[in-house]
Design a protein. Structure first.
Length: 273
């Protein structure tokens, strides 16, 4: 495939992409290694909120394991290092990389006026990148409801555990089940396809010299999506099948949860009605 330049000169798209990647290496490294750090947290998180509940079949029992591991990734030191900074670095480096590719394309093609710039298309958005951008609002809402909102409303998040999540599912089942499924599905597919790319296993990374290149690409595509589907099913089995079905919390803790969920836009007004 080739790309038109201003004036009709054509260069192979692969050459252009490779040259851009070489100049953007520092940004690529930030994006790559930030994803490695965040993966450690994601592995611990899926264990706490899905695998352990699925194994114990009890939200109350699973909370004990959650409380045991919470200091390791929710302390004042580890949470920014394992979650906050890697997440911000990964998202901002992805945006910076896209803007850098756009800038390099405009410089390469000699586009100076607005008319010239309009003739140069933006870099193609890969499926993995599209999933990443789609994940941002879901992940942001999850962080807000489980970390920021409790700190804002109650001053701490000591009451936040799996029963808080179960309470939300009982209050707003349609929104909770739909939102959680989207969060997990989009997140897992983004993680797995991103990992495949970093490991050089993506279908697009099959070498042109490989025999049966089309077959290898197809096998990789099915493998990556199969792993994504399996991880999503595992996460949802524990998250929806156990935590999501535990029901509302009663007593004063349940009332505290009600107060927190009243802060939610639109659906919050239905709490207590």
């Amino acid at each position: 495939m080739t790309t038109d330049l201003l004036g009709g000169v054509r260069l192979p798209t692969a050459v252009i992409h490779e040259a851009t990647m070489l100049t953007a290496t520092p940004v690529l490294r930030i994006q790559k290694y930030s994803s490695y750090t965040f993966t450690a947290f994601a592995a611990l998180h899926i264990t706490n909120v899905s695998i352990i509940p699925l194994a114990t079949r009890s939200v109350l029992e699973s909370n004990r394991y959650l409380l045991l591991t919470r200091p390791y990734y929710q302390s004042a030191l580890t949470e920014p290092l394992l979650v906050g900074l890697p997440l911000v670095a990964h998202v901002t480096s992805g945006i910076a990389l896209r803007l850098w590719r756009r800038r390099q394309a405009l410089k390469r093609y000699g586009a100076e006026t607005r008319t010239d710039k309009r003739t140069i298309p933006w870099p193609a958005l890969s499926g993995t990148s599209a999933l990443g951008y789609a994940l941002v609002p879901f992940a942001s809402f999850h962080i807000w409801t489980t970390r920021i909102l409790p700190l804002y409303a109650h001053g701490d998040s000591s009451l936040i555990n799996l029963q808080y999540i179960s309470h939300g599912f009982a209050l707003h089942p349609a929104v909770s089940f739909t939102g959680f499924t989207a969060l997990v599905g989009v997140g897992v597919w983004h993680f797995v396809w991103g990992a495949a790319k970093w490991l050089g296993f993506a279908p697009s990374q099959v070498k042109h010299t490989e025999e049966n290149r089309a077959l290898i690409r197809k096998r990789r595509w099915y493998t990556i999506n199969g792993i994504s589907a399996a991880l999503t099913a595992l996460w949802l089995a524990g998250g929806l099948g156990v935590v999501g079905r535990d029901g509302k919390m009663v007593g004063w803790v349940g009332k505290e949860y009600d107060e927190l969920y009243k802060y939610l836009p639109i659906v919050g007004r239905w709490v207590g009605q």
